[in-house]
Design a protein. Sequence first.
Length: 89
Amino acid sequence: MSHRPRRPALDPDACAVARYTTAIVSTTKGAAGQMAVPKRKMSRSNTRSRRSQWKAEPTTLQTVRVQGREIQVPRRLAKAYQKGLEFAD
């Protein structure tokens, strides 16, 4: 029966240095630069079902009379259309 070669033992000093430098990097970012980091990988199914909830709402249209005809435009552009500003349709 063959045995797998053993892994070399980790140097405790190297581990301490790695932990120390990681701590320095994470603390130098400050409160504004920190992000939430998930503990585990999220499954594809859960990721996609979560993303499916982010839907863009259709813009609310308002009826405006311009040059004798009624058109529906987004509410934020209604005053501009009434003033006579032209937009590429």
